[in-house]
Design a protein around this ligand. Structure first.
Ligand SMILES: Cc1cc2nc3c(=O)[nH]c(=O)nc-3n(C[C@H](O)[C@H](O)[C@H](O)COP(=O)(O)OP(=O)(O)OC[C@H]3O[C@@H](n4cnc5c(N)ncnc54)[C@H](O)[C@@H]3O)c2cc1C
Length: 398
């Protein structure tokens, strides 16, 4: 199904395109287009440009700085920005914590934290997973014991993405170990500068250090940093995951990547013919395009439900599975198209200014690193196997 826009939607799309043409720095879009790694300063630069325009938080209520965009406008903005190779906005504060604060936090917490997310004062990271609690997240053990007007936090989080840059971490902590494990979890906001916190990097398959271990030893956290009610954190955690999974699907990014793949398939020759004429390659490409078109519709359903305050659990799990499968398949086909040039795995080729010996056309440089990095997509935000279980419970009531 190809989406058709109304006249108003076309006008909005043109406005978005003009903004991107005018305000998206070429240095940033070049980095995104050629698969280079973004620095913290790069991510902050684009965040600030969107904030200045008032387009940083389309999914927030207007009174906190959101736009009053329709579902289609949000979709148009996301897909146009991705197709212009704009950097993805770091989601932890903006798209994960903020919806939780808006739904379950106090007005004071909203007034304090939301403006700081918008203006970039606070960089957030997510403290959910632990060494013994990934898929089985409710088994988490990091404890928070109330002492007067503080909690004392002890334990360890792991896989904390971009935690090395973070000013704050939102954490799931155990405040009661006596009953059902889901019923003793609380949602706590912790200042990363608190004494007793240690961050250690984990090196990934592609050579990057984008994730960390975070250790807590007798960390004092004021009780006003609790979100919602004590021991009700599991409800808030699940609500947040709906937003996280929708975000991971990355439809706009896949649309842009598919365009690049098609261009590569048209211009790369195998056995004297363009790759796009290879029946096996063409068949995989066609399936990708069909899947992506179908996913757009599911995405609109999720955006619509989320916009009405709902938490579309099964649909966001569907989006997560299919969206990440598509992203991984695009990476696989890019690697196939690169052929022998995909063999040299040069992690530095993802860094700006990398000047190593050319081993193939420019686009082949980061193909292997990206392929390895993309393995994470079917693991984080809840593995795809676990998403299938969520769908079967929600829809089939198994
Ligand atoms: C790059 C990266 C970034 C991440 N960033 C963050 C972050 O910022 N913050 C954070 O809190 N977490 C983060 N995570 C953690 C992520 O959410 C977990 O890795 C994920 O939930 C899986 O948990 P696990 O690694 O403990 O694997 P496990 O839960 O041990 O699973 C191992 C395997 O068993 C399968 N499995 C487990 N249970 C079932 C089941 N019931 N049915 C079928 N199969 C099952 C899984 O699918 C998987 O294949 C990140 C992970 C990665 C890889």
């Amino acid at each position: 199904m190809n989406l058709e826009y109304t006249t108003e939607e076309e006008a909005f799309r043109d406005e978005v395109r003009a903004f991107l043409k005018d305000k998206l720095p070429k240095r940033l879009s070049d980095k995104v287009r050629t698969g280079k790694r973004l620095t913290k300063a790069d991510m902050e630069e684009w965040h600030a440009i969107l904030n200045e325009k008032g387009w940083l938080a389309p999914h927030w209520p207007e009174k906190y700085g959101g736009t009053d965009w329709s579902v289609m406008q949000k979709f148009i903005f996301e897909t146009e920005a991705a197709q212009a190779h704009a950097p993805r906005i770091v989601p932890f504060g903006l798209s994960m914590l903020a919806p939780v604060l808006i739904k379950y936090g106090t007005e004071e917490q909203c007034q304090h934290y939301l403006p700081r997310i918008l203006d970039g004062t606070d960089w957030w990271c997510q403290g959910y997973s632990e060494p013994g609690a990934g898929s089985d997240l409710a088994s988490l053990k990091t404890s928070a014991v109330r002492e007067g007007d503080h909690y004392i936090v002890n334990g360890q989080k792991t896989w904390t993405t971009l935690g090395q840059h973070a000013d704050w971490i939102f954490c799931l902590v155990r405040t009661d170990a006596s009953g059902k494990k889901q019923e003793g979890i609380s949602f706590l906001l912790i200042d990363m500068d608190s004494p007793g916190i240690e961050v250690r990097p984990i090196k990934l398959l592609d050579g990057d250090e984008e994730v960390n271990e975070v250790f807590f030893t007798d960390v004092k956290v004021p009780v006003e940093n609790l979100v919602g009610e004590e021991n009700k954190g599991w409800t808030y955690a699940k609500y947040l995951l709906t937003y996280e999974r929708t975000n991971i699907a990355g439809i706009g990014a896949s649309m842009a990547a598919l365009e690049q793949l098609k261009e590569v398939a048209r211009t790369t020759k195998r056995g004297g013919k363009p790759l796009i004429e290879d029946p096996l390659f063409a068949q995989r490409l066609a399936k990708l395009e069909i899947d992506l078109e179908n996913m757009k519709t599911t995405n609109l359903r999720v955006l619509d439900a989320a916009g009405k305050g709902g938490a579309p659990v099964a649909e966001s799990s569907m989006l997560k599975i299919r969206g990440t499968e598509i992203r991984q398949e695009i990476g696989s086909l890019m690697r196939r198209a690169a052929g022998r040039y995909a063999q040299p795995f040069v992690a530095e080729s993802m860094d700006e200014g990398y000047n190593g010996a050319p081993v193939g056309p420019e686009w082949t440089g980061p193909v292997s690193s990206q392929y390895f990095n993309n393995r994470k997509l079917s693991i984080f935000g809840g593995s795809n196997e676990v998403q299938r279980e969520i769908i079967s419970k929600a829809i089939l009531e198994l």
